[in-house]
Design a protein around this ligand. Structure first.
Ligand SMILES: Nc1ncnc2c1ncn2[C@@H]1O[C@H](COP(=O)(O)OP(=O)(O)OP(=O)(O)O)[C@@H](O)[C@H]1O
Ligand SMILES: [Mg+2]
Length: 506
């Protein structure tokens, strides 16, 4: 076997942070190489060094690629050599078509004029390769994240990819979409394409990786050859966190009290398509001290339900009744919903959860300014103290809370979103995919916080696509399908099979 890539003693420093120190990475031609490690370990940074996002000269160490010493000045340089990176946050333009996105900056032209027939034809061929049958003219915003991820790969294939880098491609995908994507990677491998896969879903890594490199605190700490050694999720975790993790879910003493939140006959119409009912007369409730899960496939209406209840943030012509502690409450705007005692942690941290250019301090206190003000004047010392508290509680990896959120790793950004809503001290916290992109250790911390909220007599609603997590954490699980609740299971009777049976039965 030949070595396609060798990164040697890579060191990368940002002001106040050593993100990588003397990292080595060797990738064989034609293999699937997984890169794993805790949030902030340096995975994305290493891949940005490789692909020229951080140009030659801005880091120390050497990159040997395809037998040459590489010194990329930008992404275009690395792309010319067949290195294509698909970033953690998708970079497609929602308002453009699939075809336009694929050939953006790389248009198919005839005598200087974009040739649409050619573009569409080539797009069709590429889409076929990744298993998509949507028309090339479809707007990207009309397809789900799963398909968007496949379009990104189709785009990579349009550029003659030799080394494909995927930074958490399945974080936002359902189980079936993830499975599709992984089998596509295996197919590409058959065609000789090498990939580097970053993922927190260790079961996937275990399934498809040929080799695994583990980063911890900016150093490479382990190299596992899956063809020679027996690997398991447990052994990967051990290498990642430096110790064995006995339990994935913290113990909790269940003390369930009175009904806290009740939503009745909740009906929501689509914001643009006036005749489309998105949520169809849903009833659900949460008791004090209870953790309630909502299972369902992507697009089943879980996020729309949560967002519409939280300040009518989604939908039109909303009707139904919300009570908290037996009192009817007005949740028609976000401030009113917060005032009533609700909080909602969004699944889409980039678009809705954070002000990226602002420091951690501002983001944590954003939804509860009175909590850090006196007589209407902001107390910055209080603001810092509060953010420091959450930095420790959530283990947000950063030297200072003055750091702008845009500079945090993906998982650490998610922890800031969570802190922000915890600080509103809600009676009921609705969490939408709260552990997406979060490493195993930090997941445990988040679960512990949920347990703590429940122990304080609050209610927690967890929307999640990861069934093991729902089964591990919830007292009760609702199953949603096509905008309606189609099942309800107590913890004792719940299982992956039973949840699926509700979804399939309809
Ligand atoms: N532009 C930047 N400025 C300052 N610090 C940065 C910048 N980019 C990354 N860092 C820091 O470098 C470290 C590594 O970040 P990186 O994004 O590579 O982590 P990661 O392993 O990809 O984590 P995750 O799993 O959360 O995505 C973190 O401490 C992060 O805060
Ligand atoms: Mg990352």
């Amino acid at each position: 076997m030949t070595t396609l890539l060798e990164m040697k003693k890579i060191t990368k420093t940002f002001p106040g942070v050593k993100a990588l120190s003397d990292v080595d990475l060797a990738v064989e031609e034609g293999e699937i190489h997984a890169l794993v490690g805790e949030n902030g370990a340096g995975k994305s940074t290493l891949m940005k060094v490789l692909s020229g996002v951080y140009p030659h000269g801005s880091y120390e160490g050497e990159i040997h690629y395809a037998g040459e010493l590489a010194s990329f000045a930008n992404i275009a340089d690395s792309e010319k050599k067949g290195i294509i990176i698909i970033h953690q946050e998708l970079a497609l333009v929602p308002q453009l078509s699939i075809a336009e996105n694929i050939f953006l900056g790389n248009e198919v032209a005839r005598s200087g004029v974009i040739s649409w027939p050619d573009t569409y034809q080539r797009t069709e061929g590429l889409l076929k390769k990744v298993g998509l049958s949507d028309p090339p003219a479809t707007l990207v915003e009309k397809i789900g994240v799963g398909k968007q991820q496949l379009v990104e790969i189709a785009k990579a294939l349009s550029k003659d990819v030799r080394l494909l880098i995927l930074d958490e491609p399945t974080a936002a995908l359902s189980e079936s979409d993830s499975a599709k994507l992984l089998s596509l990677l295996l197919e590409l491998k058959q065609q000789g394409i090498t990939s580097i896969l970053i993922s927190h879903k260790l079961n996937e890594v275990e399934q498809i990786a040929d080799t695994i490199t583990v980063l911890r605190d900016g150093s490479s700490v382990a190299n596992i050859d899956c063809r020679k050694e027996e690997v398991s999720e447990a052994s990967i975790i051990q290498a990642m966190v430096g110790r064995a993790m006995e339990n994935r879910y913290p113990e909790r003493e269940r003390k369930i009290g009175e009904e806290l939140l009740s939503v009745k006959n909740w009906t929501v119409w689509h914001p643009e398509q006036a005749d489309r009912k998105v949520i169809k007369g849903v009833d659900f409730n949460v008791h004090a001290g209870e953790i309630v899960g909502i299972a369902g496939l992507m697009g089943s209406g879980r996020t729309e339900l949560a967002m519409s209840v939280f300040g009518h943030s989604y939908g039109r012509n909303i009707s139904g009744e919300v009570t908290l502690g037996g009192q009817k409450v007005d949740v028609s705007t976000v401030p009113k919903a917060i005032f009533a005692g609700l909080a909602y942690v969004t699944e889409d941290r980039k678009a809705l959860g954070l002000v990226l250019d602002e420091p951690i301090t501002k983001n944590v206190t954003l939804a509860n300014l009175p909590g850090v003000s006196k007589y209407g004047v902001l107390n910055t010392a209080e603001e810092t103290k509060t953010s420091e508290y959450y930095r420790k509680a959530m283990n947000i990896r950063t030297p200072t809370v003055a750091q702008r959120v845009v500079n945090l790793s993906g998982g650490n950004q998610q922890k800031v979103v969570l802190s922000k809503w915890l600080f509103t001290q809600p009676d009921v916290l609705i969490m939408d995919e709260p552990t997406r992109g979060i490493d195993v250790g930090a997941k445990f911390e988040i679960y512990s916080l949920m347990n703590q909220l429940a122990a304080e007599g609050r209610g927690v609603v967890m929307i999640s696509s990861e069934m093991p997590e729902l089964l591990g954490m919830c007292d009760r699980i609702y199953v949603m399908n096509e905008g309606a609740l189609v099942g309800e299971l107590d913890a004792e009777e719940a299982s992956q099979e039973r949840i699926m049976s509700f979804i399939v039965r309809k």
